[in-house]
Structure formats: structure tokens, C-alpha cells
Design a protein around this ligand. Structure first.
Ligand code: DHB
Length: 513
């Protein structure tokens, strides 16, 4: 109810804005809305960044906590930081026309706070929401990070933001509302679709300040991990969609495009309304980490819903091997990704280390310089699943995603017919539209005109936070729309892995040229 009323007010605001609108240059418009970027309001900072070419010293200008909407509802979160390199290893650089990395810090669909960041790459939620920790998670107090912080924790200390800065790019880091935020009256103000509305408002702020905020606003490239990967992909897929306009108008977002040039998504937790079925189809056979078996009959019931969904998409395997149906999916993943990645991994090992790996991992073979594995063996090789059943729309309404779909004073709601039916209820009337606003797949499948044309998609082969099909479907849908797709599964890597971050920065430079 509340959502609908707000939407209607938003439509009215939009109509007024359009009727009285005079098209002017970006900065002038931004100024008129009280959203002008002040080029002088920076401090100069220094940092060092570890790269494959050694430690790089960067001097940069840093703008902290700039409000990106005129009428914020969560002022601490609806701000962004800007970092612009001025000197790299002692050499003066001019980033005024450089690509802009829009690095979100969203994790766990929680609020992401960059307002107190002391420099580039330091904002965001470092702690994990308890409702998204694995069942037998790390000891309390030692919670695993989520979102972009995952990248920092995953093996190497990698920050896309810092690497981009060291490569001469402009970095914008937006905060955003998240699912747990409430107002004084106890209303949830950061549940879906708040996070994507905020990120779009941040893009509009950047674009409205073209020529004033350093960087090329026609080359905005988004990045994010996990929930942040999901909203990064959504930002890329849904550029300039009128569906969000009323909510943007209500916040007083700048009158500018919210389309972005390219989207990078690591481990995206998306396509949520199909993710439970996809999860059982993929990881169903495995026991939950530390918590034992799942209900086999229920798992099979959910898994059976995957094929009708997958087959309805009408996607083709990007390697030209035919339709990407549920039946074809295992062979596609094996042929296009899993076997080549396992082969590369094993080929890079010494003979001794390879023999040790093969001895420790009986489901993986090695013949004529090639890894040998089949689907059932691969699933067994991964061994466990992080999530119980259902993975996303919990019967008990206790998952983070249940909270993501909260509304008004209701903290958590169902968003799949399956879980709702188990609870003896039906889905609330607004859920279908909210799902539409949160899922990049719909925009990609319809080749939405405002979408990004360049996609960097990554996840680990052992990432059991969601089904391995989620990433492949994003890639296949973008490829079918005619977009450039660079998709890779990192062998044996878990949730949050980012093993070729410098290649991502190189990719930005290549596609931007
Ligand atoms: C994240 C992880 C999850 O398993 C999930 O369901 C949602 C978000 C995250 O790390 O952002």
C-alpha cells in the first residue's frame, strides 16, 4: 500500500518535472537541483597499491560523502565518494577524461556506508549479516565479510577501486540503502528496490555533473560482489528504464541518464525468484556445510521447477553448441568452463603438486594434459552446500532475502509461490513488480535498449552461495542481446573470489578506447 502511494506521488512529481523541464547542460541542471559537484572540495591523499608490476604509489584527490539526491531518506547512506588520481609513481596524470569505475560496496543486501571512509576502497559493510552466514559459519565475532569486502578477504588483498586508481581511472564509491534500515516509525526504508534506486541516483549525479566531476561519464563501469554483483548487473541491464523514474523523482535524483557503459559482477546473488529451484538443481545432492543432509524429496521438488524455467528462457549456449536447456547445462558448463579451468589449474602445477591434487580430489582426473570430470563428480568434488533448503525464500522468513522483500513495518516476506504456499499464504500483490525491478534477467532477455553492452562476469566453481547457472544465464542473455561478454569461473574458488582483478582494469581500458 505504502509502496503504491509513494509510486503515485512519484509519478506526479515526474510529470511536473517533465512539464516544466527545460533541457540544459549537465552541470547547470545539477546546480538547479542543488546537486552540483564542487570541484574544489577535495583533500589530497596518498596510498600505495599492490599490483603485478610492484607497489604503485598514488597521490589522489578525494571527495567524501557527497549527497547524490536532493531529498534523501537515509542521508548517511545516500552519498558517494570520488577519488581522482593526480600522480602515479611520481608521474603527473590527468584523469579528467578517464573511465569512471563505479565501485559499489553492497554486501548481503545490507546498507552500505561510505560516509566515514578515510580514502579510496575503504567504505562499505565489512561484517556479514548473521542471516547470511553459513549454517556452520565462522566462530561468532569472526564473521566472514560480504560484498566488496569479500574481495579483500578472498586470498589476495584485491580492491578493484584501488587497482583502478593506480591505473589512472576515476573511482566513484556510492553508499546505498539496505534491507535492515528503518525510519523512526519502524518502516523499512531500504528494502527492495531501494538499493538499485540509490545506485541509479548515483549514476545520474555523475552524469549531471559531466565536465565538473572528473572522468568520462560515457564510460561508467560498475563493479560489485555478491549482492553488490547482483545490483551491479542490474544497474547495467536496466539503464534508463522508466520503471524506476517515480522513485528517482521522489528522492530528487538528478535529471540525467542512469545508463552505464559496462557492468562487472562477481558472484551475483540474483534472479532471486528462480534461485531456489536453480540451487537445488545445482547443489541439491550435497549436504549443507556443517549441518548435514537436506530433505531429499523437497530438494527434488524444487529442482524439478528448474527445467521449465530454464527452457522457457530460450537461450543458446554462447559457445554455439545449441540451446541452453536444463538438460544441456551440465555439458555446457563442463565443456565451456569447468574442464578448461580445471585443466589450466592442473597444468600450472608441478608434476608433484598435480599428483598430490589428483590424489586428494578423486573426482578429478587427468589424461593427455586435460582435466577429466563429469557433472556428478564435479558436484561431489565441491562436496557441500552453504545453504539449507530453500536457499533464498526461507519457510521461516529468516533469510536475508526474505528481509530484502520486506515492506512497510513488515520485516520479511515471501517472494516465491513455493515458499508462500508452504506457509499457507499467497504472494503479496506488489511482489511481482518488485521482483521485476530487482532482476537483471528480464532486462537482458528483452534486450532493453538502455543496457550496458559490455559484461564482465565472474564467480568461483565452488561458490555455493547460489547456483552456478545464475552467472551463465546472465552471460547467455547478454550474448544473445548482442553484447560483449567476458565470463569466467575461477577453478576451486569460493564466494567473493576475484582472481584476475588487473585483467578487469585492462578490460575497462580496452572497451573504453
Ligand atoms: C550475499 C551472500 C549471500 O549468500 C546472499 O544470499 C546474499 C548476499 C553477499 O555476500 O552479499
Amino acid at each position: 500500500m505504502i509502496g503504491r502511494r509513494m509510486m503515485l506521488q512519484g509519478v506526479a512529481a515526474l510529470a511536473l518535472g517533465a512539464a516544466g523541464g527545460v533541457l540544459r547542460a549537465g552541470p547547470a541542471r545539477a546546480e538547479g537541483q542543488g546537486l552540483a559537484f564542487d570541484p574544489e572540495a577535495y583533500e589530497t591523499l596518498s596510498t600505495t597499491v599492490e599490483t603485478s608490476r610492484g607497489t604503485v604509489a598514488v597521490r589522489y584527490r578525494f571527495w567524501r560523502a557527497i549527497p547524490y539526491v536532493a531529498r534523501p531518506v537515509a542521508p548517511q547512506y545516500q552519498v558517494l565518494n570520488v577519488s581522482v588520481p593526480i600522480e602515479i609513481d611520481g608521474v603527473t596524470v590527468d584523469a579528467s577524461a578517464a573511465p569512471i569505475l563505479l565501485a559499489n560496496a553492497v554486501g548481503g543486501y545490507m546498507p552500505s556506508d561510505v560516509s566515514a571512509a578515510k580514502g579510496v576502497g575503504e567504505g562499505g559493510m565489512m561484517g556479514p549479516p548473521p542471516d547470511m552466514a553459513p549454517p556452520a559459519g565462522p566462530p561468532s565475532g569472526m564473521a566472514a565479510p560480504s560484498g566488496s569486502a569479500l574481495m579483500l578477504a578472498a586470498g589476495k588483498r584485491v580492491s578493484n577501486a584501488k587497482l583502478a586508481l593506480a591505473a589512472g581511472l576515476v573511482v566513484v564509491e556510492p553508499g546505498a540503502r539496505g534491507r535492515t534500515l528503518t525510519d523512526a516509525a519502524g518502516h523499512y526504508i531500504g528494502t527492495a528496490p531501494a538499493v538499485i534506486v540509490d545506485l541509479k541516483a548515483a549514476v545520474r549525479f555523475i552524469r549531471a555533473n559531466a565536465g565538473r566531476l572528473p572522468g568520462n561519464v560515457e564510460r561508467i563501469v560498475s563493479s560489485g560482489t555478491s549482492a553488490g554483483g547482483a545490483v551491479s548487473a542490474l544497474l547495467g541491464a536496466s539503464g534508463d528504464s522508466p520503471l524506476y523514474a517515480p522513485m528517482l523523482a521522489e528522492l530528487g535524483a538528478a535529471n540525467a541518464s542512469d545508463a552505464i557503459f559496462a557492468a562487472g559482477a562477481w558472484c551475483p546473488i540474483t534472479d532471486l525468484e528462480h534461485a531456489d529451484a536453480a540451487y537445488e538443481w545445482c547443489w541439491g545432492p550435497n549436504p549443507v556445510t556443517g549441518a548435514g543432509a537436506v530433505d531429499r524429496a523437497l530438494s527434488a521438488t524444487l529442482a524439478a521447477a528448474f527445467a521449465p524455467y530454464q527452457n522457457s528462457l530460450g537461450l543458446a549456449a554462447p559457445d554455439g553448441s545449441g540451446p541452453l536447456t536444463a538438460a544441456a547445462f551440465p555439458d555446457y558448463l563442463l565443456r565451456a568452463h569447468l574442464v578448461p579451468q580445471a585443466t589450466a589449474h592442473l597444468a600450472a602445477l608441478s608434476e608433484t603438486d598435480r599428483q598430490a591434487y589428483l590424489a586428494a580430489h578423486p573426482h578429478i582426473g587427468w589424461r593427455d594434459g586435460q582435466a577429466v570430470l563429469d557433472w556428478a563428480g564435479f558436484i561431489a568434488h565441491v562436496g557441500t552446500r552453504k545453504k539449507s533448503l530453500p536457499a533464498f525464500d526461507g519457510f521461516d522468513l529468516q533469510t536475508g532475502e526474505n528481509n530484502l522483500f520486506g515492506l512497510g513495518t513488515e520485516k520479511a516476506r515471501h517472494f516465491t509461490a513455493f515458499a508462500a504456499a508452504r506457509a499457507g499464504t499467497t504472494l503479496a500483490a506488489d511482489i511481482a513488480e518488485t521482483l521485476r525491478l530487482m532482476n537483471p534477467m528480464g532486462f537482458l532477455l528483452s534486450a532493453h535498449p538502455g543496457r550496458s553492452r559490455h559484461w564482465w562476469l565472474r564467480t568461483g566453481t565452488s561458490d555455493t552461495d547460489t547456483s552456478l547457472t545464475i552467472l551463465a544465464n546472465l552471460g547467455a542473455a547478454a550474448a544473445r542481446a548482442g553484447d560483449g561478454v567476458d565470463l569466467r569461473y575461477y577453478w576451486d574458488a569460493g564466494h567473493g573470489a576475484n582472481e584476475d582483478a588487473e585483467a578487469f582494469i585492462d578490460w575497462i581500458k580496452t572497451i573504453s578506447a
